[in-house]
Design a protein around this ligand. Structure first.
Ligand code: MN
Length: 246
């Protein structure tokens, strides 16, 4: 018997990836291959701390977006690039959610809190685009809301800034404007669950792997966008993202 040859039914195609920002001008493009896109549900309590109270620390809630919904908003060398974000079908209420994105180079199960930061390769600026109307209906009905979060181009993301360049950002402005008007403005220090804590929680539920992205949750100020709107987001020390709804 001859050895068995493996043939794909169709070409598997390129794996989704995010370019990495580089210090030196060079000819290479450094790509971070993306595995699973995890997202954290509500993870900011902007006013709780300034009022001297500890926000309710119920365990974080996670969901996923399809890896194919990733939309890199940069050129191959990681420089910011305006992207067109198609208005998805079956919604009249497309919302923006700007989020710090952690990109993992390590993984595992039951990752201890003091080892979690060591799993992070770098950070990016993401938009957790949401069909809010579908989500609201699904929530009320107690049904899954995957289709509210996981549609084509639902996960625009900037290039990744390596930890060697930005460290592990624990404070700094996170903001988003729409057509120049401020919509979301907060600080990373208002995250209820830090990135390491989030990694620890998530690794108790699933095996984390190199290439996983974690969208860490959005601050207050989410809202609807229309065709033609220009979204500009930034996180201090991490990067920026610009998208136009088409
Ligand atoms: Mn979100």
């Amino acid at each position: 018997m001859s050895p068995c040859e493996t043939i794909y039914v169709f070409e598997p195609g390129a794996r989704p990836a995010l370019p990495v920002r580089q210090d030196e001008a060079g000819s290479e493009e450094l790509l971070f291959p993306v595995n699973t896109i995890y997202c954290v549900g509500q993870n900011y309590a902007a006013h709780a701390r300034e009022m001297g109270t500890d926000p309710e620390r119920s365990p974080p809630v996670f969901f996923r977006k399809p890896t194919g919904s990733l939309l890199p908003a940069c050129d191959g060398r990681g420089e910011p690039r305006l992207v067109n974000l198609p208005y998805p079908p079956q919604t009249t209420e497309l919302h923006h959610e700007i989020e710090l994105v952690a990109a993992l180079k390590g993984g595992g199960r039951n990752i201890p809190r003091d080892e979690a930061a060591g799993c992070v390769f770098g950070y990016g600026v993401g938009l957790d685009m949401t069909r809010r109307d579908l989500q609201t209906v699904a929530r009320k009905a107690g049904m899954p809301w995957d289709m509210a979060k996981g549609f084509d181009d639902a996960a625009p993301c900037s290039a990744l800034t390596p930890v060697s360049r930005c460290g592990h950002p624990e404070r700094g402005a996170i903001e988003l404007t729409v057509n120049g008007e401020p919509r979301q403005k907060s600080d990373l220090e208002d995250l209820i669950w830090s990135v390491p804590e989030t990694i620890t929680f998530l690794s108790r539920l699933v095996t984390l792997r190199p290439g996983d992205l974690i969208f860490t949750g959005t601050p207050e100020g989410v809202g609807a966008v229309c065709r033609g709107d220009r979204l500009e987001g930034s996180i201090d020390g991490v990067g920026e993202i610009t998208a136009v709804i088409t």
